[in-house]
Design a protein around this ligand. Structure first.
Ligand SMILES: Nc1ncnc2c1ncn2[C@@H]1O[C@H](COP(=O)(O)OP(=O)(O)OP(=O)(O)O)[C@@H](O)[C@H]1O
Ligand SMILES: [Mg+2]
Length: 436
């Protein structure tokens, strides 16, 4: 490539990007400047947080609900705009309970502690940091937001319930010093679904805020607002409505709706055209492809084999539904001979995982005297699954199907040729008999 060619590439990219005026409004990682809707959830949160002003301290608020329903966004927006000190920590990066407390401390500007220093030292430092922060700001309330709270419970040996108990003890201790601490947990699950011991349960109360998935109208308002700020031209309201309709019918997830709008814009930009419904359809296909590829690449070897078994059966037989036993036979057929097989039972669990991940759907059918059985059907193109699972193997499946199909066509042609000849020879004798 020479300079001239690079200049052309730069020019093309700028032209494609000219559809956007400020793409940061379509970035899901940043917190928006303003919130659309969610008044009642924000009101509840403010009410719980400020109840300390009238002498009642809510020690723990459980914010829970669907993915992409605005939990993290609203919690941060409210805390940033109240006269309170707050520390927002996403626990996803931590692998252990001790890792969680280290993340909180580092968010407050403290260096990481070593495991050997112990959790009690970590809590003493946390108390000091909270006190320092409140003394400096003159505020009375410190809000500790723990996003992706589930992470804490992945550490089976680290006593997550004990960690929450220690936080609640800290809340009580600070209260005696006329300083207030409130813990906000954010998760897809409600607090009662976690394995917390009685000491914790009896102290937390029932301060819960549920975030339902967004309706079509909510999604439309959110993406209309983003479209106005991020595109250089006005986007047709029919297109935005179409985006909202698809997003709300599938998941009601604002994050995915914003992704859909951005990808549709990028595809329209490539063609230097305005966004149309066709671009939205193409964007859905592209996002689905990305999502499936990421999900499969993160799955275990046997999960990939289960996907591949369903993809192969669907592709080869051009058929939808397949029973667990058919799929297990297919799995046994494609697994390399030197690999250890999983049991039938584990395989059926893997098929359920497949349904949970949205790659397949299942149905229960009656087998008469033999009771009931499950059947599975792929929801996406088998070619996409096959290529994502085993890109070196899948072309051989495609090739062998092609060969079988052309062999079937050839045999059909041969048959019709043969029966044609017989017919013409029959007619020949008839004609001869009639004296022609
Ligand atoms: N009410 C809203 N107004 C404006 N933007 C919103 C609103 N709700 C969500 N968003 C946007 O949607 C995206 C996803 O929101 P958020 O991360 O808050 O969801 P979540 O409920 O925390 O999801 P998860 O459970 O997956 O963590 C963010 O980019 C956010 O900016
Ligand atoms: Mg979140």
């Amino acid at each position: 490539m020479d300079k001239k060619e690079l200049k052309k590439i730069v020019g093309d990219v700028r032209k494609q990007n000219s559809i956007f005026s400020d793409k940061s409004y379509l970035d899901n990682l940043s917190t928006p400047e303003s919130i659309i809707g969610r008044e009642s959830e924000s009101k509840k949160l403010v009410k719980f947080l400020l109840s300390f002003e009238k002498g009642l301290v809510v020690p723990l608020i459980s914010v829970y609900g669907r993915s992409g329903s605005g939990k993290s966004t609203i919690v941060q927006f409210v805390c940033k705009n109240l006269d309170v000190d707050f520390c927002y920590t996403n626990l996803r990066k931590a692998k252990t309970v001790f890792g969680c407390i280290n993340l909180i401390l580092s968010e407050l500007g403290h260096q990481n502690l070593k495991n050997a220093q112990g959790i009690n030292t970590a809590f003493t430092i946390l108390e000091e940091l909270i006190m320092q922060s409140l003394d400096k700001s003159g505020n009375s309330l410190f809000v500790l937001c723990l996003d992706e709270f589930d992470t804490l419970f992945y550490d089976k040996r680290g006593k997550p319930s004990d960690f929450v108990y220690k936080l609640l003890v800290l809340v009580e201790k600070l209260r005696t010093l006329k300083k207030y601490l409130c813990i906000v947990t954010v998760s897809n699950k409600v607090l009662s679904e976690f394995n917390l011991d009685d000491r914790v349960v009896s102290r937390v109360g029932a301060s819960e805020i549920y975030f339902d998935s967004y309706s079509q109208n909510d999604v439309l308002k959110i993406i209309r607002n983003r479209a106005k700020k991020s595109f250089s031209q006005k986007i047709d309201d029919h297109v935005l409505n179409y985006c909202a309709e698809i997003s709300s019918s599938e998941h009601g997830d604002a994050r995915r709706a914003i992704d859909l709008l951005r990808t549709s814009g990028e595809l329209a930009g490539l063609e230097n055209k305005e966004i149309s419904r066709q671009h939205v359809d193409d964007a859905i296909a592209q996002l689905q492809k990305n999502q499936i590829t990421t999900m499969i690449s993160g799955g275990s070897y046997h999960f990939k084999l289960a996907c591949a078994a369903l993809a192969r059966l669907t592709f080869v037989n051009d058929e939808g539904w397949h029973s667990t036993s058919e799929l297990f036979k297919q799995y046994q057929k494609i697994i390399p001979p030197d690999s250890r097989q999983i049991s039938y039972r584990r395989f059926s669990e893997m098929l359920v995982e497949l349904v949970n991940s949205g790659i397949a759907v299942s149905q229960t059918i009656s087998k008469g005297r033999h009771g009931y059985g499950s059947q599975f059907k792929l929801t996406v193109d088998p070619d996409l699954i096959g290529n994502s699972c085993f890109p070196d193997w899948w072309p051989s499946v495609v090739e062998s199907k092609k060969k079988k199909e052309s062999a079937a066509i050839a045999s059909k042609q041969l048959k019709s040729l043969y029966s044609g000849r017989r017919r013409s020879s029959r007619f020949g004798s008839l004609y001869r008999n009639l004296g022609f």
